[in-house]
Design a protein around this ligand. Structure first.
Ligand SMILES: Nc1ncnc2c1ncn2[C@@H]1O[C@H](COP(=O)(O)OP(=O)(O)OP(=O)(O)O)[C@@H](O)[C@H]1O
Ligand SMILES: [Mg+2]
Length: 258
């Protein structure tokens, strides 16, 4: 059994913009263990999405290595191999779900299974069971665009989970949601993590480190702090005390003020 799901070793990424090289990731290293709930947080533009794209096998790092389930993602694999590997082992949730608009919820949710060659009846059975476990089965025969943003993100989570991947990778999954829908989605992510699924989530919202087992703070393409268990509790305390000074406005209070 593999206990380390992902090893990220000294990743750098440089983009060429016009005539200039811009280094967006500056030597990032961490490991993700099976069952982890890792939250990667940092300000807008700090390199979070670029980092996730390298983890997903979508963006080749300029240097460094990424191993997913002990396989080196960028050594000996071509784009098609990476895509196959991703389909089998990673479930993705983005800020905005990308639907096949002509397909109903259940058809969208089971689409990744069909791509892997599972037959339609079995796919539907699995899809319905999963929607049921997320409290969304009554929407199975609607079109995703008929649902609210919060409901759509739950459906997107179902689609990410349907292949029973080893890890769920989410980029700002609550970014478009109101506070309550965001909390509901986070609670679902917490539930699936408690059932044993590894989760890696990127956010610029400090609120969500409450859900983390491990957290990484990045700034300007570098890890500036790593937090585990106790340190997360301390960080949360320090955020709360700053809130008392009016330094860091709470999401909840912000919403109430509106
Ligand atoms: N393909 C690209 N070419 C050039 N520069 C890029 C490219 N992709 C990202 N960048 C730059 O890299 C930096 C980090 O971008 P990235 O999207 O990773 O940040 P982020 O932390 O995800 O921000 P946000 O919270 O706004 O989503 C930005 O300055 C961005 O302009
Ligand atoms: Mg981003």
């Amino acid at each position: 059994m593999v206990d380390t799901v992902m090893t990220v070793d000294t990743i750098t990424k440089t983009f060429r913009v016009g005539t200039q090289d811009v280094q967006v990731l500056k030597g990032i290293s961490f490991t993700v263990e099976k069952g982890d709930f890792m939250v990667i947080f940092g300000a807008s533009g700090s390199g979070k999405s670029t980092l996730l794209h390298t983890l997903l096998g979508l963006e080749m790092p300029t240097s460094g290595n990424i191993h997913l389930l002990e396989k080196n993602m960028y050594d000996g694999l071509n784009d098609d191999d990476r895509s196959e590997f991703r389909k089998k082992h990673i479930g993705m949730v983005y800020q905005q779900p990308n639907w096949i608009k002509a397909l109903k919820v259940i058809e969208n949710v089971t689409f990744p299974l069909l791509l892997l060659g599972t037959d339609k009846n079995e796919s539907f059975e699995r899809g319905l069971k999963l929607l049921d476990s997320l409290g969304m089965v009554k929407w199975a025969h609607y079109y995703p665009t008929e649902l609210s943003s919060g409901q759509q993100q739950k459906i997107a989570l179902a689609r990410a989970l349907v292949t029973n991947p080893d890890v769920i990778i989410a980029d700002e999954p609550t970014g478009n949601l109101d506070f309550t829908s965001g909390e509901e989605l986070m609670q679902l992510l917490k539930d699936i993590n408690q059932q044993g699924k590894t989760v890696i989530m990127v956010t610029h919202d400090l609120e969500y480190i409450r859900f983390a087992k491990d957290a990484i703070q990045i700034r300007d393409g570098q890890i500036i702090a790593k937090y585990a268990d106790k340190e997360i509790a301390q960080l949360l305390k320090s955020i709360d005390s700053k809130r008392g000074d009016g330094d860091v406005p709470s999401e909840k209070n912000k919403k109430k003020e509106k």
